[in-house]
Design a protein around this ligand. Structure first.
Ligand SMILES: Nc1ncnc2c1ncn2[C@@H]1O[C@H](COP(=O)(O)OP(=O)(O)O)[C@@H](O)[C@H]1O
Ligand SMILES: [Mg+2]
Length: 232
């Protein structure tokens, strides 16, 4: 197994409109891969294809050499994938501890106190999740997405609406989990977060893969700058 996730010429059309156009992507174990691109580039549609919310019109998606493009989200999660959606999906009426314990009971895997420590949630453990700051809700949600001990976690815009400091902490959380062996695919916007966290970047533009490579290579590319400035 060279790659943990591989898409091969994946295409998704809505009517006559092609939102994701022949995208081939290969992510190796250990990466923190960012998928970036301007609004409407096809990032969320691509995210939904790899997690199983959309079925591709053509192309294949492999997780650890197994074709998954026809599997449902829960079947993909059972194979070792974790997902965090853009809006936090925590139970607002339960405490932080209850949210974690509930998810953990289903998987009986982890020490909840370690999780509270890792995600900076110790002092809020008995607070209702609905009363947390937006940042802490996002961290709780990331904690929930990792509780089944996935090998590969997808994060959709995990720093949307966070302050500069909260964004930095989110980057540290991701890097720490990555050191523990989790591969990440992150849809992102925030360039400081990308610089802090990414090991490799893929840029989508008009549904197509535009350029891939190191953060330095991608950010110094004139085409990428033109895209972001709306010049192409
Ligand atoms: N369910 C849908 N039906 C029709 N068009 C869609 C649908 N989802 C996305 N699109 C279109 O596909 C394009 C890519 O959207 P999206 O993947 O959300 O882009 P991004 O996340 O990069 O901003 C946009 O033009 C959007 O309007
Ligand atoms: Mg989007």
């Amino acid at each position: 197994m060279a790659s943990i996730l591989e898409t091969n010429s994946v295409t998704k059309k809505f009517g006559g409109f092609t939102a994701v156009d022949n995208v081939s992507l290969s992510v190796n174990p250990g990466e923190v891969r960012f998928i970036i691109g301007p609004n409407g580039a096809g990032k969320s549609t691509f995210f939904k294809l790899v997690i199983g919310f959309h079925t591709p019109n053509s192309g294949s998606i492999k997780y650890k050499d197994q074709n998954i493009e026809k599997l449902k989200l829960h079947e993909r999660i059972n194979l070792g994938m974790g997902v965090k959606f853009q809006a936090p999906s925590v139970f607002s009426e339960l405490t932080v501890l209850e949210n974690l314990s509930l998810a953990n009971n289903r998987n009986n895997s982890l020490n909840v106190n370690d999780l509270l420590n890792d995600f900076d949630l110790i002092s809020e453990k008995n607070n209702l999740a609905g009363d947390l700051s937006h940042g802490k809700k996002q961290w709780l949600d990331i904690a929930l997405s990792t509780i089944s001990k996935p090998d590969l976690v997808f994060l959709d815009e995990p720093t949307a609406g966070l302050s500069v400091d909260e964004t930095k902490i989110t980057g540290e959380i991701v890097k720490n989990l990555n050191k523990q062996g989790i591969t990440f695919i992150v849809v992102g916007h925030d360039m400081d977060f990308v610089k802090q966290t990414a090991t490799k970047v893929s840029v989508l533009h008009l549904g197509k893969m535009f350029i891939e490579g190191s953060i330095e290579k991608v950010l110094s590319d004139k085409g990428v700058n033109d895209i972001y400035l709306g010049l192409s």
